[in-house]
Design a protein around this ligand. Structure first.
Ligand SMILES: *[C@@H]1O[C@H](CO)[C@@H](O)[C@H](O)[C@H]1NC(C)=O
Length: 252
């Protein structure tokens, strides 16, 4: 079922939004559901009736009736507040309209969790041959709350760690990069641990101090070239030998 199908329309607004628009005058109603708690206990339904950009009257569910702000608005509010069945409908909006739609938005957007993809790499610095810095990157996660930590032989490292903020990609997802200053020691195990609401258990990646893949590739390409060169040279040598021996065999 699509989100739109589930949204219930504001029955009173659907009627009233079309009343009184003639000769270039413009009446409109802005309805708001204001809340900041996940159980909606602080939900307030607000409906502001405006005429030509001026708010004339407002229904605030906490107040429970209309309040007029202009001469016309006060008159209208008095009239609406005298109609108990209409007031009853407006008061019900907090539950039927706000609550209902907030639940849909909550499950459609706010409850979404996408776990990060984690990458551990070395940042080679201009000076020195050894990687002086490790970088643990988490990509494409939602929501932005995340925990990136470093471990040395299973113990959490707090010093020599710097981290970026959770950076928005602009597509609802976030990324973060944490750096560890690192002096290689033999037999030591460095790991990066990432925990996020989208994960059932933290992702832990151990640093592999052997050559990084790009270095390995360079060596592999060089070695293949060398082997190919030797094969071609050997083939050439054999061919040359065969030819010269053949020549000797021909009687002169
Ligand atoms: C709604 O009414 C309550 C109670 O008077 C008030 O505290 C609140 O600020 C009002 N909300 C708005 C947006 O006017």
């Amino acid at each position: 079922m699509s989100l739109l199908k589930l949204l219930i329309f504001h029955p009173i607004l659907m009627l009233s939004a079309f009343i009184g628009t003639a000769d270039g005058y413009y009446q409109y109603i802005l309805s708001e559901c204001v809340y900041s708690t996940s159980d909606y206990s602080d939900m307030v339904f607000l409906s502001s009736i405006s005429f030509n950009k001026v708010v004339e009257a407002q229904f605030n569910s906490t107040v429970g009736e209309f309040v007029g702000y202009t001469k016309d608005g006060v008159r209208q509010a008095e009239r609406w507040n005298k109609d108990p069945s209409m007031l009853q409908q407006w008061r019900a909006q907090k539950d039927t309209y706000c609550h209902h739609n907030a639940e849909i938005y909550q499950s459609a957007i706010a409850d979404k969790k996408v776990p990060p993809e984690v990458k551990l790499s070395s940042v080679t610095q201009a000076s020195g041959r050894h990687p002086a810095m490790l970088m643990c990157s988490a990509y494409n996660f939602y929501p932005h709350q995340i925990q990136v930590s470093w471990m040395r032989d299973g113990k959490v490292v707090k010093s020599d760690v710097t981290s970026t903020e959770e950076m928005p990609n602009g597509d609802w997802y976030y990324q973060i990069h944490s750096h560890l200053e690192y002096t290689p020691k033999s037999g030591e195990k460095i790991s990066c641990a990432v925990d996020h609401a989208g994960l059932t258990k933290p992702i832990i990646i151990d640093w592999d101090p052997s050559l990084p893949e790009s270095e390995r590739n360079k060596i592999a390409i060089g070695a293949s070239g060398l082997v190919l060169g030797i094969i071609i040279a050997a083939a050439g040598l054999i061919y040359y030998k065969k030819k010269s021996t053949g020549r000797i065999l021909v009687p002169s």
